[in-house]
Design a protein around this ligand. Structure first.
Ligand code: DP6
Length: 341
């Protein structure tokens, strides 16, 4: 996927799409190395801890927003299927922020397509809301800074804030203005790969938004938050030193602690199934055999295997031999969310 649009080209494109009131943006999902789980403010999605992630360059969502005087209300199409109810309301809420800022009252048609399974713990809402923020603000004629687009994306879906900047991103804690993501390093800084072992691509039973609200009901969440600051710092330092041997165990610990919080919430949320556990054990075995690969798991049963590019082929071959899995995908590090038309 071409991601090297320069700043001038983006500015020219912005003028054109503002005139036409139609814009298309592309954004990648991201995989968190230090997880976001639980909010200080659920409405504004102000996180209870800082997080850190890598954009997934081979996966993307393309979203077109067309403000249209002929529409009486917003119309949402995901992978060509009209969507109503809570998902439409969430998209309209973001558009309302944009309309208010741009002094617009016009309804919009929002068409979104993705090249990966949505709602299965592969951060589909991150790519969707990052692309929606870029497309809707540009179509409304707003010329927002990257931080302002990240803020807008965060209000739609917390992890979407991290899909706005390029490469590796950190999303800091703060208030509505300051809790945004910024890039720590571009994709070319470190050629890491995410080999995604898809265990089940069904829509997950408990969405992230519901899960965040339950985080504080776990007696483990307070301990998770204390340790998260330290893990965030260590992960940040080892990432900037390109030191996978140090970073790997931190990202595994961070994912496991998040899932311990999920499983001990009231009511509990179990995103893993037996295959998830089998893959964790396989990764430990591969490491004992000398393969430097580490796992992380989002809000779903699928397992993300993080390794350097030189080991990606071996990890893919091993992963494909695992029993009871649906598929294996591989991604390099992705660029920023951007306007493409
Ligand atoms: C487990 O960003 O999907 O993937 O803000 O409610 O949309 P909402 O939640 P979301 O939560 C992501 C949770 C996670 C960890 C992470 O990506 O940091």
């Amino acid at each position: 996927m071409e991601t090297n649009f320069n700043v001038t080209a983006q500015a020219e494109l912005r003028k054109l799409v503002a005139y036409q009131r139609v814009a298309t943006a592309l954004a990648h999902p991201n995989i968190a190395f230090i997880k976001y789980w639980g909010n200080q403010d659920d409405r504004l999605r102000l996180p209870a801890n800082p997080s850190l992630s890598m954009n997934l360059g081979c996966l993307y969502t393309l979203t077109t927003v067309s403000f249209d005087d002929g529409l009486s209300s917003d119309l949402l199409l995901i992978n060509e299927v009209p969507i109503y109810g809570a998902a439409l309301a969430r998209v309209s809420a973001m558009l309302n922020w944009v309309r208010e800022k741009a002094n617009l009252t016009t309804a919009a048609k929002i068409e979104s397509v993705s090249n990966f399974p949505i709602g299965s713990g592969i951060a589909s809402s991150a790519a969707a809301f990052a692309a929606l923020s870029v497309a809707s603000s540009a179509a409304a004629g707003l010329d927002l800074s990257e931080a302002a687009v990240s803020q807008l994306a965060r209000r739609g879906s917390g992890s979407a804030s991290r899909s706005v900047p390029t490469g590796y991103s950190e999303w800091v804690m703060g208030d509505d203005e300051t809790s945004v993501a910024r890039s720590l390093a571009p994709p070319e800084f470190w050629d890491l790969r995410d080999i995604i072992v898809v265990v089940n691509q069904e829509h997950k039973a408990v969405g992230s938004t519901g899960g965040h609200a339950l985080a504080k009901t776990s007696s483990l969440q307070a301990a998770r938050l204390v340790g998260a600051i330290n893990r965030f710092q260590l992960c940040r330092e080892s990432l900037l030193a390109r030191d996978l041997a140090t970073m790997g165990p931190i990202i595994e610990e961070d994912a496991i602690i998040m899932h311990a919080v999920m499983m001990s919430s009231h009511p509990p949320i179990y995103y893993w199934d037996a295959t998830t556990m089998m893959i964790i054990q396989a990764v430990q075995q591969w490491r004992r055999e000398g393969l430097p690969v580490y796992f992380t798991i989002d809000a779903g049963p699928n397992v993300h295997l993080i390794c350097e590019a030189k080991d990606a082929e071996t990890v893919m071959v091993q992963a494909r031999q695992l029993p009871n899995i649906e598929s294996v995908m591989s991604s390099d590090v992705g660029g920023p969310a951007m306007l493409i038309d």
